[in-house]
Ligand binder design. Structure first.
Ligand code: ADP
Ligand code: ADP
Ligand code: ZN
Length: 214
């Protein structure tokens, strides 16, 4: 089962990807998480990626594509995976398809978690991310049972730098310009499935499982 999650920043891709990964026992691969881990560990890639991320811009394809293609060649990806936050541009999608084709494979589903822009800024301002394990919460819709620390690992929860309203606006513009064209790209391939991301997160998940088990 190979799945691409599409949707605006804050649509709930990561939340759903984690639930799908747990249920179907496939790895959840988030490029945002990979970049944030690199920033935390002070790597060269992290230093470069941060310059773009802090401005709400995409990290250049040259720094992104090989990283993901390498990851997909690891042993745990043999039974499938969920890509969250990649591809985000048409060239990334084409590079992914080319790498899959080389191995005689293809993507199975592209799931678009659809949430209008009006709802996004609220979602993002309430998002809290764990500085330890990357778990994601929402102060209203999905609070940590332990208040301002992570339920899973006990580390402190923070508002991501790029979740401030000014940066969210920029990220939405970038999403519409560079990422939304992927909806047509995967529609043409016949694998696009849209779900209404404004529902409660469990209802979104039910809609996704119906698609995957149809
Ligand atoms: P969100 O889930 O809120 O959309 P992500 O964690 O996926 O945020 O991404 C955070 C930032 O990391 C993006 O705004 C972008 O700068 C960078 N990033 C993540 N994935 C990619 C990608 N595939 N290509 C380019 N930049 C990326
Ligand atoms: P993305 O990965 O698309 O950027 P996230 O999964 O991180 O989005 O979700 C963004 C924020 O919205 C998080 O705080 C998350 O807890 C919350 N959230 C996710 N899905 C829903 C939903 N269906 N309803 C309300 N809030 C949600
Ligand atoms: Zn944690």
């Amino acid at each position: 089962m190979k799945i691409v999650m599409l949707g605006a920043p804050g649509a709930g891709k990561g939340t759903q990807a984690k639930m799908i990964a747990a249920k179907y026992e496939v790895p959840h691969i988030s490029t945002g998480d990979i970049f944030r881990a690199n920033i935390k560990n002070g790597t060269e890639l992290g230093r470069k990626a941060k310059e773009y991320m802090d401005q709400g811009l995409l990290v250049p394809d040259e720094l992104t594509v090989d990283l993901v293609i390498d990851r997909l060649s690891q042993e745990d990806c043999k039974k499938g995976y969920i890509l969250d936050g990649f591809p985000r541009t048409i060239p990334q999608a084409e590079a992914l398809d080319a790498a899959l084709a080389k191995r005689g494979e293809k993507m199975d589903y592209a799931i678009d978690v659809d949430v209008p822009d009006e709802n996004i800024v609220n979602r993002m301002s309430g998002r809290r991310a764990c500085t330890g394990c990357g778990a994601t919460y929402h102060i209203v819709h999905n609070p940590s049972g332990k208040g301002d620390v992570c339920e899973v690992c006990g580390e402190v929860l923070v508002l991501r730098d790029d979740d401030k309203p000014e940066t969210v606006q920029k990220r939405l513009t970038v999403y519409h310009d560079q990422t939304q064209p992927l909806i047509d790209y995967y529609t043409t391939q016949g694998i696009l499935k849209a779900v209404d991301g404004t529902q409660d997160m469990n209802d979104v998940f039910t809609a996704i499982t119906k698609i995957l088990e149809a």
